[in-house]
Each structure stands twice: as structure tokens, then as C-alpha cells.
Design a protein around this ligand. Structure first.
Ligand code: NAD
Length: 428
């Protein structure tokens, strides 16, 4: 297979591989390797100085056989139609593996949001919605926040949609603030979902979680709740976490010989997931520059920062003690590293299974919006646990039956479910 750095080509290659294993019909493969519908548009935005600036926006709907499309809107300077296509495709597989009745979608605008004032951001969000509102909706396609967008922006978009459609429609978008139609438990959902899948993996591998240790890359939303869950739910110890310091453009690993106190570290972490080094040092933490998190002698590695972190080079640094890698981040392991990990027999919980807790609670948010009745946090987290446990079970059963790598097993489950829904609807 030819190596590619184009995200959409990568998504298509991954799909082709599994389509072949599943012996999918050629026409079905042709349909699924491309999005079913795409929108490209230009958004004029009134800037604070009074001039008008034009931004390019996209919304891609990959597949809605199982239910309305679902996926975030990214505001990023290097956004392209191909990154949006790839992410929309991956959302189809993520929703299918999590067994939530939604399809895959994604949106984007080519913009660096840090260069906009608050009013300009609001104008851009409303402008985006004016372009897509006729083609999205609670029964069609439900966006959410992603890189560069925030709950506040979702609030503006929801308001614009409601104005244009003439009725209050909170279910058009998820990731809204709690009190403004958001769901309790969304903040913790992805990190705790990671923990539920690790718990299930340990059951199958006959590992006692209370005797295990972990090292985590990142200390943002996903990593913080994965660290808290590893201690509180699994009763294991997190030995190290890491983060990227924007000011000195360096990554740091923070560890404690007795295991970190994740709740304490969270209290000294800023909104960008950067820990206060001085405070940590003064309370007995060791701080090292660089990627030390990956070479710790632990049972579990949780990459929960950015993509491509376990690659041909860094995979060699992973200790022989590591039994499980749980991918909290999207795409943290490259294809070359995957090959090495397969040979070493490391058990992989692949990203679109491992981090599906976020989209699962987003789905719960739209269900609650629809009912206009809101669940307690305990109720949300209990339903999340059930969904993640069942998703893990389906993938593990496929892994045992087909004797393939867990990532391939997850793809097989997801693609089979989408194909089945297409058959049931008479599309194929
Ligand atoms: P975040 O911005 O809250 O946190 C990112 C963390 O990673 C920060 O602590 C940052 O310092 C750290 N980081 C960045 N580069 C690093 C590096 N080179 N070395 C060490 N640390 C580094 O982001 P998040 O919401 O926690 O998302 C993390 C990953 O999980 C992303 O891949 C995201 O796409 C994925 N994800 C997130 C969610 C969610 O609900 N938040 C859901 C599914 C997937």
C-alpha cells in the first residue's frame, strides 16, 4: 500500500483494506469510500473595522444509513475539503461501532479563530449556519464543537438556526453549555469512556486493574478524566502525564513515584491543558522535558493528546511491560507503529472505539433535547458505561472470531453495521 499523508486517502485506504476482508460488493465499496453529500460555500463576514471578509466553509455528510449525520465543526487555518471528508468518514465508523443511531458528518471553516474578535466569531458562526441550515437539522445532520470551536459558538449557531427555521430547535447542535440545552456528564464522557474500555480489556486479558499502572500523553479534557477514572474507577495508579507548553514550545512529562493525584493536578492546570510546573515541583512531582511519558515501565499507555505520537521512531521507546494501549486521541498511532505493536502482541483499544464516549453523550444530549427532559449525571454516566461496554464486547468478539488486530476488528464491526442498514433500507 502506498503511504500517504492525505487524511482522506488514508481513510479510503483503511476502508479498502477492510472492504476486501469483508468481501464487500464493488458497488457498495465505491459508495462508502466517498461521502454521500458535500457542501462547499463562501461566507461573507462583517469585520469590526466595517470591511467584509470572505471565508470558505464546508459541511460533508458521509453516510446516514443508520441515522442523521453527526460530527463537529472545525475552525482551522489549514482546513481542506479532504480533512473534512476524512473526519466525516471516521465519524460514520465511530457512531456505528458505538451502536448509536447516527451517521457520519463533519464541517469546517478555513480560519484561525485566534485572529477574530468575539463579534467577528459570532458573525462567522451565524454566517456558517445561514449557508447550511436548510441541509442540517435534528433529523438530518447534527453538528458539534471541535478543534477551534466552543460551546458558546454552538449556542450562537443554535440560535441562528432557530431564528431561520422559526422554532426553538436545541437538538440541531450538541456540545451546548449546560443550562443552554447541554447534557450533564459531557465533560467527563470521553475520558471515562476510555476507562470503561480499558476495564473491559483487562477483564478479557485477566489483569487485575488495581495492580496496574498507566502513563498518559496530554492533560486536557480527555486525559484529565482518563487519569481520574484510572484511579477512581479502576483503582490503579497513574505514574505520569504530559503536556505541551505553548510559551516555551516544549513538551513536559510530570510524574510521581507514588502515582499522581489527578484531581490535584487538574486544579493547577490551565484551560489549554498546561500544568503549573512550579506548583507541581513544590509538591513533590518530578518534571522532565520531552516525551518521557512513552518510555515509562507501566501496564497501560494512554495517548490522549494529538495524532501521530506513536510512530516508527517512538514505538521503539515503549517498555516491554506495556500490555495495553488505549487511544484516547484520534489517530495517535501511525500504520508503521501499528505493525510493530502487532508483532509485539500489545493489545490495542483503537481510537474510534476508545474515545467514542464523547459522541455517545452528544447523542444523549440530542435525545434529552428531543424529550425536553434532562437526566442526572449519574444516569448519563451509567448509560455511557453500558454503551461503551457493549461496543467493546462487539469488537472483542469480532477480534476473537476473525483473529485480526483490534483496529481491523473495530472497522469490521462498524462497516458491517452500516452495510446492513443500507441493505435494510433497500439501498443495495
Ligand atoms: P485538549 O486541547 O483539551 O488537550 C490536549 C492536551 O494535549 C493538552 O494537555 C496539551 O498540552 C497536550 N499536548 C498537545 N501536544 C502535546 C505534545 N506534543 N506532547 C504532550 N502533550 C501534548 O484536547 P482534548 O479534547 O483532550 O482532545 C485530545 C485528543 O482526543 C484529540 O486527538 C481529540 O481529537 C481527541 N478526542 C477528544 C474528544 C473530546 O470529547 N474532547 C472526543 C474524541 C476524541
Amino acid at each position: 500500500m502506498k503511504a500517504t499523508t492525505n487524511a482522506f486517502q488514508m481513510a479510503q485506504q483503511q476502508f479498502d483494506q477492510v472492504a476486501e476482508q469483508l468481501k464487500l460488493d464493488q458497488q457498495v465499496s465505491d459508495y462508502l469510500r466517498w461521502p454521500m453529500r458535500e457542501f462547499s460555500f463562501r461566507i461573507p463576514v462583517k469585520m469590526d473595522g466595517g470591511d467584509i471578509k470572505i471565508f470558505n466553509g464546508f459541511r460533508v455528510q458521509h453516510n446516514d444509513a443508520i441515522g442523521p449525520c453527526k460530527g463537529g465543526i472545525r475552525f482551522h487555518p489549514s482546513e481542506t475539503i479532504d480533512t473534512v471528508r476524512a473526519l466525516a468518514t471516521w465519524m460514520t465508523w465511530k457512531c456505528a461501532v458505538a451502536d448509536i443511531p447516527l451517521g457520519g458528518g463533519k464541517g469546517g471553516v478555513i480560519v484561525d479563530p485566534a485572529t477574530l474578535t468575539n463579534t467577528e466569531k459570532e458573525n462567522l458562526c451565524r454566517g456558517y449556519m445561514q449557508k447550511v441550515w436548510r441541509n442540517i437539522g435534528p433529523r438530518r445532520d447534527v453538528p458539534a464543537p471541535d478543534v477551534g470551536t466552543t460551546p458558546q459558538m454552538m449556542g450562537w449557531m443554535m440560535d441562528e438556526y432557530s431564528k431561520l427555521s422559526g422554532e426553538y430547535t436545541p437538538g440541531v447542535i450538541t456540545g451546548k453549555p449546560v443550562g443552554g440545552g447541554g447534557s450533564l456528564g459531557r465533560t467527563e464522557a470521553t475520558g471515562l469512556g476510555v476507562i470503561y474500555t480499558i476495564r473491559e480489556a483487562m477483564k478479557r486479558l485477566k489483569i487485575d486493574p488495581s495492580k496496574t499502572t498507566a502513563s498518559i500523553q496530554g492533560f486536557g479534557n480527555v486525559a484529565q478524566y482518563a487519569a481520574i477514572g484510572f484511579t477512581n474507577v479502576l483503582k490503579g495508579k497513574v505514574m505520569a502525564v504530559s503536556y505541551w507548553d505553548r510559551d516555551d514550545r516544549t513538551s513536559y512529562t510530570i510524574s510521581h513515584p507514588k502515582g499522581i493525584d489527578a484531581v490535584y493536578l487538574q486544579s493547577i492546570t490551565n484551560q489549554y491543558g498546561a500544568i503549573d510546573k512550579e506548583k507541581a515541583k513544590s509538591t513533590g512531582y518530578e518534571i522532565e522535558e520531552g516525551t518521557g511519558w512513552i518510555s515509562k515501565d507501566v501496564d497501560v499507555l494512554i495517548p490522549a493528546a494529538i495524532e501521530g505520537q506513536i510512530n516508527a521512531e517512538t514505538v521503539e521507546m515503549i517498555s516491554d511491560k506495556v500490555k495495553i494501549i488505549a487511544e484516547g486521541a484520534n489517530g495517535p498511532t501511525t500504520l508503521e507503529a501499528d505493525e510493530q505493536l502487532k508483532k509485539r502482541g500489545v493489545f490495542m483499544v483503537p481510537d474510534f472505539l476508545c474515545n467514542a464516549g464523547g459522541v455517545t453523550v452528544s447523542y444523549f444530549e440530542s435525545v434529552q433535547n428531543d424529550m425536553n427532559y434532562y437526566w442526572s449525571k449519574e444516569e448519563v454516566l451509567q448509560k455511557l458505561d453500558e454503551k461503551m461496554t457493549n461496543a467493546f464486547r462487539s469488537v472483542y468478539d469480532m477480534y476473537e472470531k476473525e483473529r485480526v488486530f483490534m483496529r481491523d476488528a473495530a472497522y469490521m464491526v462498524a462497516i458491517s453495521r452500516v452495510v446492513k442498514a443500507m441493505q435494510l433500507r433497500g439501498w443495495i
